[in-house]
Write a protein that binds this ligand. Structure first.
Ligand SMILES: Cc1cc2c(cc1C)[n+](S(=O)(=O)[O-])c1c(=O)[nH]c(=O)nc-1n2C[C@H](O)[C@H](O)[C@H](O)COP(=O)(O)O
Length: 496
């Protein structure tokens, strides 16, 4: 079959007939326009042209194979006469690299928060907004950090800590340190290579990577980037179409995933206003305009790209999941002891005590606080070894990891810091971030008087502050509420 020419494709450049090129093949997306989660305008911007560089940061490569009917796949394109639109995205990437040049060198980063500070200055606005944002007034995101500072150590002395072993076992896999890279969506927003950089960093440090459903890279790309017996888990948003979910789960098991983490705290994605604001000011994305299509855009793009998630998911579905896979099943986003007990009853293998990094229900409690509630109840019922308990949210120091393990967690998930390290310095950033945590872990275990992970005990921490200090919060200075309630305030100037 003769290849299509650029001139032929260029004539299909409107709502009534819209062809685009992706990876040197042409596609008729005319009928798909009103269904596109990001709105029709972003596609129409590339109607009749090569959309590859705009397509790649947001979509796994197999998206068109999965979601566009085969008769809309028009075949190969002779790229010689095709209009190039690459510069625009490249300009953005070039601008990011120029900003990185002006930042301190990687060896100036001494802790995970340093990466956040650099990332904020180098990432494009839409990426920073998506990664850094949390729900509503972002109180829970701040509490995730504050909570660790309410827990104090009770170190042991005169313990032989000549050799420190930070290794442990998670879901039957031996890992070098009790943290994993948790699932965070849209990795290519921060760095053009996306989640495969996290895969490579995790390999270097024998750390587990949890692969997100909403990754920019395809699932197979991320699995292919793993080496040897590298351990990866799958994070799952359950689709309203259970057949799609079954295929995803069984494919992941066949590819060698060692755990299925079902996200249970996001029947709908939260309202992240920084993301909403930046996402919709973006040139060409008309998601806020009422362009006659049918996807709910009033709550921002994060929610729009996740319209497939099934809000009716409930405890009665768990037996089905246990029947379709042999992978250990963990519920990610559990937030009270009653649900941990129920998880044990239904036969899952673990829970992640998590509030989704504060991105879901604002003023939900931190994972570490819920852990302090859960473990004494499980111990009292002889259930503290019945399942594996993880936490995530606000982990930025090895002392946070140690506090969680002292209270009874098997391990912790870390999200934003590795996104920021990747977005600022690529694979080298991820590598350094993990090494810094490992160094901190070794030192702090030595100082608390624990040579191995199993030596970490509840008696080594005083967690009463989690209860006695409650949720008193320093009111953040950037809270817009100040001006709104102050009758004397002048008209609200436009947000910067
Ligand atoms: C920062 C971030 C977190 C996301 C995340 C995307 C970003 C940018 N996304 S989201 O778009 O839908 O919200 C996911 C996701 O795909 N699936 C999920 O289970 N958790 C998601 N999470 C939550 C994540 O797995 C951890 O619970 C959270 O990041 C832990 O908090 P820290 O970032 O403070 O470590």
């Amino acid at each position: 079959m003769a290849k299509l020419t650029g001139d032929e494709i260029a004539t299909h450049n409107s709502k009534s007939s819209c062809w685009v090129i992706v990876h040197r093949k042409a596609y008729d997306v005319t009928e798909f326009l009103p269904e596109h989660p990001g709105g029709p305008a972003i596609i129409l911007k590339y109607a009749g042209k090569d959309a590859t560089t705009a397509f790649e940061p947001i979509h796994p490569p197999d998206t068109l194979d999965k979601y566009l009917p085969k008769d809309k796949h028009l075949g190969d394109v002779d790229m010689s006469g095709v209009e190039k639109v690459e510069e625009e995205i490249d300009d953005e990437e070039r601008a990011r690299l120029e900003r990185v040049e002006r930042m301190p060198g990687l060896d100036e980063c001494f802790n995970l928060l340093d990466f956040e500070s650099v990332a904020k200055r180098v990432m494009k606005g839409q990426a920073w907004a998506y990664y850094s944002s949390a729900a509503d007034d972002e109180i829970t995101m701040r509490e995730n950090r504050n909570a660790f500072q309410k827990i104090w150590f009770r170190p042991r002395v005169l313990v032989d800590v000549g050799t420190i072993d930070t290794s442990t076992t998670m879901l039957g896999s031996k890992v070098s340190i009790p943290f994993y890279v948790t699932a965070t969506a849209l990795g290519k927003l921060g760095h053009p290579e996306g989640e495969v950089l996290l895969t490579k960093g995790a390999k270097r440090h024998n750390v587990v990577q949890m692969i997100p459903t909403l990754a920019s890279c395809s699932f197979d790309e991320i699995m292919d980037a793993a080496e040897g017996d590298q351990v990866q888990w799958l994070q799952l948003y359950v689709n309203k179409d259970r057949e799609i979910t079954r295929k995803i789960v069984q494919h992941a098991e066949k590819r060698g995933c060692k755990g299925l983490f079902i996200t249970v705290d996001a029947p709908q994605l939260g309202r992240r206003e920084k993301d909403m604001r930046s996402k919709f000011s973006d040139v060409g994305s008309n998601v806020q305009n009422k362009g006659g299509d049918n996807v709910d855009r009033s709550q921002g793009a994060a929610r729009a790209i996740s319209s497939f998630i099934d809000p009716s998911l409930s405890w009665k579905d768990i037996p089905w999941f246990l029947s379709i896979t042999k992978m250990p099943i963990i519920l990610k986003g559990v937030q009270r002891v009653e649900d941990v007990l129920r998880a044990i009853d239904v036969g899952v293998h673990g829970v992640v005590l998590s509030n989704h990094g504060g991105r879901q229900l604002d003023t939900a409690r931190s994972g570490i606080e819920v852990l302090a509630e859960v473990m004494p109840v499980l111990r009292a019922q002889g259930l503290d070894k019945a399942i594996e308990i993880y936490i995530d949210g606000g982990v930025r120091r090895a002392t946070d990891i140690i506090k969680a393990l002292c209270l009874g967690a098997t391990g912790v998930g870390i999200g934003r810091p590795f996104l920021y390290a990747m977005s600022a310095y690529g694979l080298a950033g991820v590598d350094r971030a993990m090494q810094l945590l490992k160094d901190e872990m070794e030192m702090n275990m030595r100082l608390i008087g624990a040579a191995r992970v199993e030596d970490l005990q509840p008696s080594m921490v005083d967690a009463r502050g989690l209860i006695s200090h409650g949720h008193i919060l320093p009111v953040p200075s950037d809270m817009r509420g100040f001006a709104v309630y102050d009758g004397l305030a002048g008209p609200m100037e436009k947000a910067p």
